[in-house]
Every structure is written in C-alpha cells, then in structure tokens.
Ligand binder design. Structure first.
Ligand SMILES: Cc1cc2nc3c(=O)[nH]c(=O)nc-3n(C[C@H](O)[C@H](O)[C@H](O)COP(=O)(O)OP(=O)(O)OC[C@H]3O[C@@H](n4cnc5c(N)ncnc54)[C@H](O)[C@@H]3O)c2cc1C
Ligand code: SF4
Ligand code: SF4
Length: 382
C-alpha cells in the first residue's frame, strides 16, 4: 500500500475516458478529465440509435448515460479544449496543461455539442453574430499550468481511416460516396437515410467493408472489429425504413463475434445481399448514380453494378496524437501504431481505442478494468 492522495488525470473524454473517470469517482477519487476538443463524448456521442423492431445493441445510449453521469459528478473536474504538453515524474506526476489549438469553427462561428448533456452546448468564436442562448466564447475554454496527480489514464481514442487514401473509390469526388461516420451524421440530421446529392431516398445501397483495415498495401493488417457490426446495423435501419431498398455488402471477411451478434447476422443475411469481393473502383453515372466495378470471386471476370449510394466502412486507425502522447508519457507504440500496455507499477494506464480497435461495449468494459488497476495502484479505495 502506498501513500497516494487519490487524484487521477484522465486524458481524453470519449467513452473510455468518461468510464474511467466515473468509475474512479465512485471510489471517492478526484479526477482531472482533460479533453482536447470543446465537448465531451468522443466519436460515439454522435451515434444514432439503430433499434428497429428490437434494440440492436449498438451501445450509443450508454455513451449518453455515461456523459450525464460525469457532468453531474462533483469529483470530476473537466478541462475542455485542453491538452497535455509535459509530464514530470515526482512523488506522483506533475502534468503541464495547455489550451489546444482553436478548433475549426463552423462558418457561422458556432460549434454545437452532440448531446444536451454537453456543457456548454454551444461554443462561439469571437464576433459571431446571433450567438445561441448559453453559448460560451471559445477563448474562455482551456486550462494552462501544472496539475499534480498520482496516476494518469490515457484515453485519447482513435482516428477514423481517411477514405481519400483509397482514391479509386472517389470519396472526395462523388457526393454519394460516403463513410460510415457520414451515414451516422446524415441519419441524425435528417431523421432518415437520404443521399447527399439530392436528399432523395436511395433505392440501391452498397456497403464496402474493410476500407482501411485488413489492407496489406496500406500496411494496416488489423481488423477494426466494429465496421461489420455497424454496417449491418445501418443496413438493417435502411431496410426497416424502406423494405424495397436493395442492399449489397461487399466483403472479404465478416467479424461475427460477440454474444448477440451472430443471431443478428443470420437474420440480416435474409435481408441483404453479401458479395465476397473487394470493389475495384467507382464512377459517376447520370442521375447522381454510381457504377461500382468489382471482381466477384466466383465469376473470375470484372462486373459492374449501379448504386444510388455507396457507404465506405472505414476502420479504426491509431489516434492522431499517439506519437505526441507516446513521447510525453513514455508509452511504447505497438506494431500497428496504437499505444501499448504500460507496466502497472508505472502509474500510467491506457484505456479504450487508444490501445487498439474496440466497440463501445468493449471499451466500457476495458476502461472499467483500467479504473480498477488504477485504484489498485493507488492503494485501494479511498
Ligand atoms: C464509422 C464508425 C462507426 C462506429 N459505430 C459503432 C457502433 O455502432 N457501436 C459501437 O459499439 N462502436 C462503434 N464504433 C466504435 C466506437 O466509435 C468506439 O468504440 C468508441 O468511440 C471508442 O471510444 P474511445 O473513448 O476509446 O475513443 P474516441 O471516441 O476516439 O474518444 C477519444 C477522445 O479523446 C480526445 N482526445 C484525443 N487526443 C487527445 C489529447 N491529446 N488530449 C486530450 N484529449 C484528446 C478526443 O477529442 C475524444 O474526445 C464505430 C466506429 C466507427 C469508425
Ligand atoms: S443500444 Fe443502440 S439500438 Fe439499443 S436502444 Fe441503445 S442506442 Fe438504440
Ligand atoms: S470488422 Fe469487418 S469490415 Fe471491419 S476490418 Fe474487420 S472484417 Fe473488415
């Protein structure tokens, strides 16, 4: 048992950081939660509910619940728009904080959080006209200076694969080629699935799996684990909204693990067409449609098909600050570029997708374990 006072810094306010912070606070441990952007929640706070006739276990609502827990917990002190810029190991750690670079502010000068639990909900640039009620100036956000803590949990998350690196799919050229994250945004903003070019309901939809993952040419050999489930759930949502929609999923392998997922997979196979091939390229056709060329495994010759919308199932890549965090906190990086596990007696812990791909449920479970390991390091519950 050591003599730690029981204050932990959690870096990153996605579901991993929120969970670790919340679990630590349950044991009366004070938490300094540092989030680089202006809002807590990370990537998954913006996800929509995928329930159709039943809950599809997408995990989105658990992120909302955890955010509500954290913003109402006095033991958790939140630093928005803040980054770690240095760390000195003393008895515990002295961590230097700095304001993160001002985010890209929306054209009208207003940034909006995804959840009504985001506090503030609106952040505005100076001089923005018609600031919404309760909006906070971006200049007032951000912490600076040194904070002493006894342990550090790193939960800086992932970066979605950049679809422009797969140039033949024309993501930057054709409006109706979108990513899985774009699809989340479209459904959230419109309340239904519409295609970007004209706001019409797409009738023929293609999903392309393993975009950026399991790709030898890119050197990304890992499976991102989440893109098969999210694509199939989204396909289920589209089919439920329009039973006439024709949905095809182009894949090489299917990640079909988990407790509930195999059952859902068997059911969705009756509703959508699975084609085992990697599409080669995509071209525009008249009427905003797209031609997708592929080499079907059993046909041996190239074929092409028309679609109204193509969704690229982009995978989970190492977070963009991984190198910086690795250097400041002295955390090794594994062969895939994610943060590696750190020996438990170092006082530094890695949680969530900063350490490799995972779903919301897996991230919550893993971050809970990290909180437990951190408490053990601190010498038990306070
Ligand atoms: C297209 C797509 C769809 C998905 N759909 C699903 C789904 O339906 N169900 C599911 O279970 N999973 C889904 N996932 C996976 C899900 O997004 C992750 O499991 C989850 O977001 C991981 O949470 P995290 O906290 O580890 O990382 P993130 O969500 O990436 O959060 C990391 C946080 O850390 C902050 N941060 C980064 N760097 C720093 C820094 N230097 N200092 C301070 N803060 C920093 C970021 O701003 C962010 O807030 C999907 C993934 C993708 C790509
Ligand atoms: S887990 Fe997903 S599908 Fe189920 S209720 Fe929550 S948000 Fe909806
Ligand atoms: S989860 Fe599916 S789409 Fe994603 S990398 Fe793994 S096999 Fe490919």
């Amino acid at each position: 048992m050591n003599s730690k006072t029981g204050k932990v810094m959690v870096i990153g306010g996605g579901i991993a950081g929120l969970t670790a912070a919340w679990e630590l606070s349950r044991q009366n441990i004070n938490v300094e939660l540092v989030e680089k952007s202006c809002f807590l929640g990370g990537h998954s706070i913006g996800f929509t509910c995928k329930a159709t006739d039943t809950c599809k276990q997408c995990g989105a609502c658990s992120v909302e619940e955890m955010l509500a827990n954290v913003v109402n917990e006095p033991l958790i002190n939140v630093h928005l728009r803040t980054e770690v810029c240095g760390l000195e190991k003393k008895d515990g750690f002295s961590v230097s904080l700095a304001k993160s670079a001002v985010e890209e502010v929306a054209p009208q000068g207003v940034l909006k959080g995804f959840s009504h639990h985001n506090s503030p909900l609106y952040v505005v640039a100076d001089g923005a006209a018609d600031a919404p009620e309760g909006a906070v100036s971006i200049d007032t956000l951000g912490s600076e200076g040194a904070v002493d803590v006894d342990a550090v949990v790193v939960a800086t998350g992932y970066t979605p694969f950049d679809p422009n690196l797969k140039g033949t799919y024309g993501y930057d050229k054709w409006d109706n080629v979108i990513t899985g994250l774009d699809l989340e945004n479209i459904i959230r903003e419109n309340g239904s699935l519409v295609r970007p070019s004209d706001g019409e309901k797409p009738k023929r939809i293609a999903f392309i799996q393993c975009v950026g993952s399991r790709d030898e040419r890119l050197g990304n050999l890992w499976c991102s684990e989440v893109c098969c489930p999210y694509a199939m759930r989204m396909a289920g949502v589209a089919k439920n909204a329009d039973p006439e929609a024709e949905i095809s999923m182009f894949y090489i392998d299917i990640q079909n693990s988990g407790k509930e997922f195999p059952v859902f997979y068997e059911k969705i196979k009756e509703e959508i067409r699975f084609v085992r091939t990697i599409p080669v390229d995509i071209y525009p056709l008249e009427g905003d449609s797209l031609e997708l060329r592929h080499m079907a495994e059993d046909e041996g010759a190239p074929s092409s098909e028309q679609f109204d919308l193509v969704v690229l199932s982009v995978g989970i890549m190492p977070g963009m600050d991984t190198a910086k965090i690795s250097e400041i906190l002295n955390i090794p990086v594994n062969q895939d570029g994610f943060l590696d596990a750190v020996p438990g007696d170092s006082g530094v812990f890695v949680a969530g997708t900063a350490g490799g791909p995972g779903s919301i449920a897996a991230t919550i479970a893993g971050a809970g374990n990290v909180a437990l390991a951190t408490m053990n390091y601190l010498g038990g519950s306070k």
